[in-house]
Design a protein around this ligand. Structure first.
Ligand code: SAH
Length: 301
């Protein structure tokens, strides 16, 4: 499988993924995965190139990989060929396994002396229940390590040419989940404060509630013409981006039949995409040199 894959190194020679992993592990003294441990690892938003060296080091050593729905399966090709791969997400219309059951499984596998890699999409500690799983391990006395990953709300937007902060636009950003455990719009969030205090809002798991959330934000003072972008399957080959506004977002999403998983960003940073859509530029898009129109603003000022 992966062992046959070769990667060009500086155009001079090629090395296999295991060679690269082993070279990195020894040069950087990356940790040895001891039996009976659980490593909670972020796989990033999808593109395997966004795996960290720690994630690769974990994949090469693990006996069992317990992965969830948002982990792109090509990433699993980097696992040790002897590793057992266990899917822990929703499958075939069946409900996803309960969080409690997943945590219990991690404990059980670690107790049986396995090196357990819990691989999660993005970053395990960003809307990923990584904290809950880690607490269950602590409770059971299982040693664990955390490997952060590139989160969709930063790296996924970067792949759409949208920086989450930009000095001329915002000095703060708020990450919000659009979905509570029960599926409703989060009511315990202080929407008036978010609307007033956060020039850029990044929404995870919010596609189905985008209409309600947009209405709440507009009610609390945000402009209906404020730019919004949705990035579906961010960083993957089939990534797609929908640009809209707060006032028209829900209608545009329905019209385009835009599906999850999508990361959503609200705010003027979306305007920068005209200048920074580097993936689009690879396909011939001409990038605008001054997408925020700063030169004319400076001249006027
Ligand atoms: N821990 C993850 C987030 C898990 S919550 C992270 O740090 O990225 C799941 C939500 O993340 C999805 O509903 C979607 O909003 C977002 N998401 C994760 N991966 C994504 C991707 N490749 N493209 C678009 N959105 C993604």
């Amino acid at each position: 499988m992966t062992d046959k894959k070769v990667i060009a190194l500086g155009g001079r020679r090629t090395a296999s993924v295991p060679e690269i992993a082993e070279d990195a592990a020894s040069r950087l003294a990356l940790p040895v995965f001891e039996p009976g441990w659980v490593w909670l690892v972020g796989a990033g938003p999808g593109d395997p190139g966004l795996l960290t060296l720690h994630a690769l080091n974990a994949l090469r050593q693990a006996d069992v990989v317990v992965y969830d729905a948002l982990v792109d399966e090509t990433v699993l090709e980097f696992a040790n060929p002897h590793a057992k791969l266990e899917y822990s997400g929703k499958r075939g219309g069946k409900p996803s396994p309960k969080q409690r059951d997943i945590s219990a499984k991690l404990v059980e596998l670690a107790r049986s002396g396995k090196r357990v890699l819990r691989l999660k999409g993005g970053d395990p500690f960003v809307f990923g229940r990584g904290g809950e799983e880690a607490l269950a391990l602590v409770d059971a006395g299982i040693p664990f390590r955390l490997v952060p990953g590139v989160t969709a709300g930063v790296g996924g937007l970067g792949y759409a040419g949208i920086p989450v902060t930009h000095r001329d636009v915002n000095h703060a950003v708020t990450f919000v989940t659009g979905h509570m455990a029960g599926g409703a719009v989060p009511e315990n969030l202080d929407w008036p404060s978010i609307a007033k205090g956060s020039p850029v809002i990044v929404l995870y798991m919010a596609l189905s509630h985008l209409g309600a959330i947009s209405a709440l934000l507009i009610e609390n003072g945000r402009r209906a013409d404020e730019p919004v972008a949705l990035v579906r399957n961010a960083t993957l080959k089939d990534q797609s981006v929908l640009e809209t506004t707060l006032g028209t977002a829900a209608v545009d999403v329905a019209r385009a039949d835009f599906k999850a998983p999508a990361i959503i960003v609200i705010g003027d940073v979306v305007k920068l995409r005209e200048g920074l859509d580097w993936l689009g530029a690879l396909e011939g898009r001409i990038l605008k040199r001054d997408p925020l129109d700063m030169r004319s603003k400076k001249d006027a000022g």
